[in-house]
Design a protein around this ligand. Structure first.
Ligand code: PMP
Length: 393
């Protein structure tokens, strides 16, 4: 008599083959064969010398992508949210203030994370209309009034399609004894960004956008100023998994000769991340920024020629990686995205957070940032508008 009361599931007897899709939503993007192949290499131990060398390569690749000399530069095992929590949980102690610029969903999320560890919740004081850029004067006033220890800003707001200028903000934060934390999950590699020159203290990103690696690893870097705060805390960070004291040792950033086991790193994901950073380095960061800009402009022109409207009116504030299109009036946006998925095997998405129901979002990132992809999206949209319109008449 078998002791098994739950039988083996029938569904697992079927072979799984992932559908082939054009991943033109706000992420994840398509992973090119070279990066997929790197991820399929045999597993080695997470503490083997070859693995530590791969991690060192990843660190160099992130330093290049972020344009930073920061020694405290690693990839967190987890998605963009994990890096966001890593930044906030390590830099802030309960009772300290965090100021969050809310120009879309990511500022809201950062505020929620800060709230969960018992910091003051200041984001309402800096709430902006979805497409607006804040004025540095307003930031100056907010910092002087609230004296936060951390100011959060999203560089590429993927929910609204806005790229926020960063020049000068770090200086203002530092004059107020405040660290400058920036989210570049949706912008890194696709829009100019200079961590050191722009005085950014903590910067994080994700693997699944411009880098075209599978989701699940997240680059993050801490400036010397940030390290002073992070490594001189009175209390331990709330998360053991994200404690930078441990992670700094695992990544060989703390100067100690021995590395101590902290967690089993996602070995295959690190292989893929390394390969994606190698591709970015081969292509050149400036070339990548330029290509994303040119392809985005070509796309925007094509959309306007079709009679569609861009959600972000100010051309300079348009994020080159994720375009937000005003949801065409009279159409159901869900019908459009479903039609395109079904008939063109192509993902585009609706809005997120404050832009839900208002926009369609198209992400053209890394290898997907090409005029051929734009032509494909424009054709799919043209077809959907014809068909979806007809279906309503
Ligand atoms: N920040 C931004 C700007 C993003 O676009 C995303 C992902 N859409 C995230 C953070 C969160 O990343 P993840 O989904 O990998 O946790």
């Amino acid at each position: 008599m078998s002791s098994i009361t739950v039988p083996p599931p029938k569904c697992l007897q079927k072979t799984f083959v992932a559908p082939r899709r054009h991943m033109f939503g706000p992420g994840p993007s398509n992973v090119p064969p070279r990066i997929l192949a790197a991820g399929a290499e045999p597993i080695i131990g997470h503490m083997h010398p070859e693995m530590l060398e791969i991690m060192s390569d990843i660190k160099s690749g992130i330093q290049y992508a972020f344009q930073t000399q920061n020694n405290m530069t690693i990839a967190v095992s987890g998605t963009g949210h994990t890096a966001m929590e890593c930044a906030i949980f390590n830099a802030v102690e309960p009772g300290e203030g965090v100021l969050t610029a809310v120009n879309g969903i990511w500022g809201e999320r950062a505020a929620e994370m800060a709230e969960r560890i018992g910091t003051w919740l200041l984001w309402d004081t800096f709430h902006m209309a979805p497409c607006s850029l804040f004025l540095t004067r307003a930031l100056w006033v907010a910092l002087a009034k609230h004296k936060p220890v951390l100011f959060f800003l999203t560089h590429g707001e993927s929910s609204t399609g806005v790229v926020h200028p960063l020049d000068g903000i770090g200086d203002i934060c530092h004059k107020h004894n405040c660290l400058f934390l920036v989210d570049c999950v949706a912008s890194m590699g696709g829009a100019p960004l200079h961590m050191d020159k722009q005085g950014i203290d903590i910067l994080y990103s994700g693997s699944q956008k411009v880098l075209n690696a599978p989701p699940g690893t997240a680059p993050i870097s801490f400036s010397e100023r940030a390290c002073q705060k992070v490594f001189n805390r009175k209390t331990k960070p709330v998360s053991f998994f994200l404690d930078m004291t441990w992670l700094a040792n695992y990544w060989g950033c703390d100067g100690k000769p021995a590395r101590i086991y902290h967690h089993t790193a996602p070995v295959s994901a690190f292989y893929s991340l390394r390969e994606s950073l190698a591709i970015l380095a081969e292509q050149g960061l400036e070339n990548s920024w330029q290509r994303h800009k040119e392809v985005a402009e070509y796309f925007h022109e094509g959309l306007e020629n079709m009679g569609l409207k861009l959600f972000v009116k100010d051309k300079n504030a348009r994020l080159p990686t994720v375009t937000t299109i005003v949801a065409p009036p009279g159409y159901d946006w869900k019908e459009i995205t479903s039609y395109i998925m079904k008939n063109h095997n192509l993902e585009i998405s609706g809005g997120l957070g404050p832009s839900v129901g208002q926009v369609l979002r198209v992400g053209l990132m890394g290898g997907n940032s090409s005029k051929a992809s734009v032509d494909m999206v424009l054709e799919a949209l043209r077809d959907a508008l014809r068909y979806c319109h007809k279906s309503k008449v």
